[in-house]
Design a protein around this ligand. Structure first.
Ligand SMILES: [Zn+2]
Length: 217
């Protein structure tokens, strides 16, 4: 049986997702707190075949290197966020004032975003920039879910004021997520922070404060 579970980790309460589809186990955004994530994985006997990052911000990848070395799992990231990922400790010092630096994972670049590995797992990836240049949403049609990272939350879009953020790209990305015939309204949005929502509810919430995603001005 496919399953989706969440653990919220770290100061920014990042959603880390473990997703089991037949024959493939996927971990998304292991942001911090490697110890808790390992315990959570062990409780379910879960060994990730792939670690997917929605983007390169430090609060989404802090535990990735440790998990990669434990499980030998490839870590996937859009190439446009490689610079951000490599700067994770700069962000960590600026935003978290943490003393313990992050180990940067060896990243496999999801160039073109349709790799054999993703296809085998039934995962489709969409480039949804705006929060960062390489923000990606992962779509799993068989489960009816979209992992949107910090592009789209339950009731709002992600911030675009950080380095690499772009408001007009964000608008395009939100359109491609919320006005997409391949992403029905009853599917679930699994965001990088906060609660989940149906795609339809997220669309209605967004249309209140971002009328441009509905084609208006
Ligand atoms: Zn972010």
């Amino acid at each position: 049986m496919p399953s989706v579970e969440r653990l919220t980790v770290g100061r920014w309460r990042t959603n880390c997702w473990k997703i089991a589809v037949p024959d493939v186990a996927i971990l998304v955004d292991p942001g911090a707190d490697e110890e808790s994530i390992n315990q959570w994985l062990d409780e379910g006997g879960f060994s990730p075949d792939h670690i997917l990052l929605t983007h390169g911000h430090h609060d989404h990848l802090g535990a990735a290197a440790g998990l990669q070395s434990r499980f030998g799992s490839p870590v996937w990231l859009h190439p446009s966020d490689l610079g951000l990922a490599r700067s994770a400790n700069v962000f960590l010092r600026h935003f978290d004032r943490a003393s313990k630096p992050i180990s940067i994972p060896e990243v496999f670049l999801a160039v073109g975003l349709e790799t054999e590995a993703f296809a085998a797992a039934g995962v489709h990836s969409m480039h949804t920039p705006g929060h960062s240049p390489g923000s990606v949403s992962y779509v799993l049609p068989e489960l009816g879910i979209v992992l949107t990272g910090d592009a789209l939350f339950a009731q709002q879009s992600g911030r675009t004021d950080l380095p690499g953020g772009d408001e007009s790209l964000m608008t395009e990305s939100l359109r491609s997520l919320l006005q997409n015939p391949d992403i029905p309204g009853e599917w679930q949005v699994l965001p990088g922070h906060g609660r989940t929502a149906s795609v339809g509810d997220a669309r209605r919430a967004l249309m209140h404060n971002r009328k441009e995603i509905n084609g208006g001005t």
